[in-house]
Design a protein around this ligand. Structure first.
Ligand SMILES: N[C@@H](CCC(=O)N[C@@H](CS)C(=O)NCC(=O)O)C(=O)O
Length: 208
């Protein structure tokens, strides 16, 4: 099995963390999907990382699907609850966290455009999604240690990948000022070896 990633990608990080938590053997291949010579389209028609290439050559892409696939391998520990209600909560939180990352990516791409082609209105629109998304994660966590009684799993992984992606790509938004509960969550989760080993690292973003 081979996982194609980009080092800064928060989506790829979710899959990398799941592999490490479950101690699943998997080759990691680093790509830069933004470069013209990228081979990512051979694996994913949408040209995005992550993509998981199975031993029979078939490919699973989109981090949500990869995460779900890894769970079907039934390698402990489980990271998605079997209970339907907790499962939906985890998937809902993943959707919010990924939505935050989508907005951060769009702001970063806008920043890569020539100044006269940038839209401040567009950046502001995305900024509001990030602020609202973090606010919702904070509300959902409340005073608890974990989002659900299941404990550490998909919701916590996706959320901390998103929060640390904000730190990495969009430090203008100081989320810690408005989300005290998430500070504790981020500190607890980021100390895990799976998170320490997958801290986002810079990659060239070509001018658009
Ligand atoms: N929904 C996708 C998003 C993946 C994604 O947007 N990846 C970015 C890197 S962070 C990418 O490869 N972008 C290249 C492009 O959009 O052309 C997932 O969760 O896997």
């Amino acid at each position: 099995m081979k996982l194609i990633i980009a080092r800064p990608s928060p989506y790829a990080r979710k899959a990398r963390v799941a592999l490490q938590e479950k101690k699943i053997d998997c080759e990691i291949v680093v790509e830069n999907p933004w470069l013209p010579q990228t081979r990512i389209n051979d694996a994913n028609p949408l040209g995005k990382v992550p993509a998981l290439v199975l031993d029979d050559g078939s490919v699973i892409h989109d981090s949500k699907v990869i995460f779900e696939y890894l769970e079907t391998l039934e390698t402990p520990p489980p990271l998605i609850p079997a209970d339907a209600s907790a499962r939906i909560t985890h998937k809902q939180i993943e959707a919010i966290a990924d939505g935050i990352c989508d907005a951060v990516v769009l702001i970063a791409l806008e920043g890569a455009r020539a100044e006269d082609k940038r839209s401040e209105d567009w950046i502001e629109r995305q900024h509001k999604k990030i602020v609202a998304g973090v606010g919702e994660l904070e509300r959902l966590l409340g005073q608890r240690e974990w989002f659900t009684d299941f404990g550490f799993g998909l919701a916590e992984i996706a959320s901390v990948c998103a929060l640390e992606y904000i730190d990495f790509r969009y430090p203008r938004f100081q989320w810690r000022d408005s989300a005290p509960g998430l500070i504790g969550l981020q500190e607890r989760v980021s100390a895990r070896p799976s998170f320490v080993a997958t801290v986002p690292a810079p990659q060239v973003l070509p001018a658009l």
